[in-house]
Design a protein. Structure first.
Length: 305
């Protein structure tokens, strides 16, 4: 024991006589340890706070990760949108690891400000929504959070067709042939107009581009109003329109032979001009020689308004 104590005293005496010989190595070791620890901590922080692979490492997040990886946001880090403090993140990891690891609790809710930092930034990299009709009505006027529509299917970002009905349950599509269309087919969210109701030009993009849907809409047609004034897909099951909701009928229109006929028997849809002689003769072939060369309506007046 005395031998050991003697060795210790001699060691400390040597250190006091040669301080630099011990101070420099010890300092290097300490600095190296701190540097190595800092590098490792930096790697750990970068992995857990900026690397999407950290999110994928949780087996319960695979479905969300796959949808993100196939989305238009795949080049954006998870943490760019899902922002929470380091303390909250650590608390969540500990809770998941030691309390319940069969589900991921709600966390890092995306605020509107995060979405707007890109989508109202003016950058051409992202769709700018500030001046679009759909977002003006829903986000600006009604203060509906972005994630209410855009996060229902986790990282798809394009709202599914069913999402609109959550709020607009009183507006189902009734008319045949249109029920399977996404609401945005007619109600263009990204249009720059002041309103989101479909315009005639929008309807004609489909109803003139396809042969089976094509409509004859002459440029000089007397009726120059939106298709929705007559065709109401959220109310009508059939495409047949009740003309009498606007037009009262008088005179010959009330004659038994005519009152039982549909308006389009005589009036060509989307033109609505006065029926020509040839049209009348399809039902009155025996009058072909009667007052030939003149319009039937020159004598047979069809008052109505």
């Amino acid at each position: 024991m005395n031998w050991f104590n003697s060795r210790i005293r001699r060691f400390w005496q040597w250190i006091r006589r040669h301080p630099k010989k011990i101070t420099i190595p010890v300092t290097c070791v300490i600095v190296g340890a701190i540097s190595l620890g800092g590098v490792q901590f930096g790697r750990f922080y970068n992995y857990t706070q900026t690397d999407p692979n950290f999110c994928q490492s949780c087996h319960l997040m695979q479905e969300s990760w796959d949808r993100w990886d196939a989305s238009s946001h795949k080049d954006i880090s998870c943490h760019d949108c899902h922002q929470q403090s380091l303390f909250t993140s650590a608390k969540q990891v500990i809770s998941f690891a030691f309390a319940s690891n069969d589900k991921v609790e709600k966390h890092a809710v995306v605020l509107d400000e995060v979405c707007m930092s890109c989508h109202e930034s003016g950058s051409s990299m992202w769709i700018q929504v500030a001046a679009t009709s759909g977002h003006k009505v829903h986000a600006e006027e009604q203060n509906i959070a972005c994630v209410k529509c855009h996060s229902v299917t986790m990282h798809r970002f394009e709202p599914p067709g069913q999402i609109c009905i959550i709020c607009h349950e009183d507006k189902p599509v009734q008319i045949e042939g249109m029920a399977d269309n996404h609401c945005a087919v007619c109600h263009d969210f990204l249009a720059g107009e002041e309103h989101i109701s479909p315009e005639r030009e929008g309807c004609l993009e489909c109803h003139q581009a396809q042969t089976e849907l094509a409509v004859d809409w002459p440029a000089d047609a007397p009726m120059q109003y939106p298709c929705g004034d007559c065709h109401k897909p959220h109310e009508q099951v059939k495409q047949v329109v009740d003309c009498q909701s606007c037009h009262t009928v008088e005179g010959v229109h009330l004659a038994e032979a005519h009152s039982a006929s549909s308006c389009i028997t005589c009036h060509k849809p989307h033109n609505w001009s006065v029926a020509q002689r040839e049209t009348c003769l399809t039902c009155h072939p025996g009058k072909a020689e009667h007052n030939a060369g003149n319009s039937c309506s020159s004598c047979h007046n069809f008052p109505g308004k």
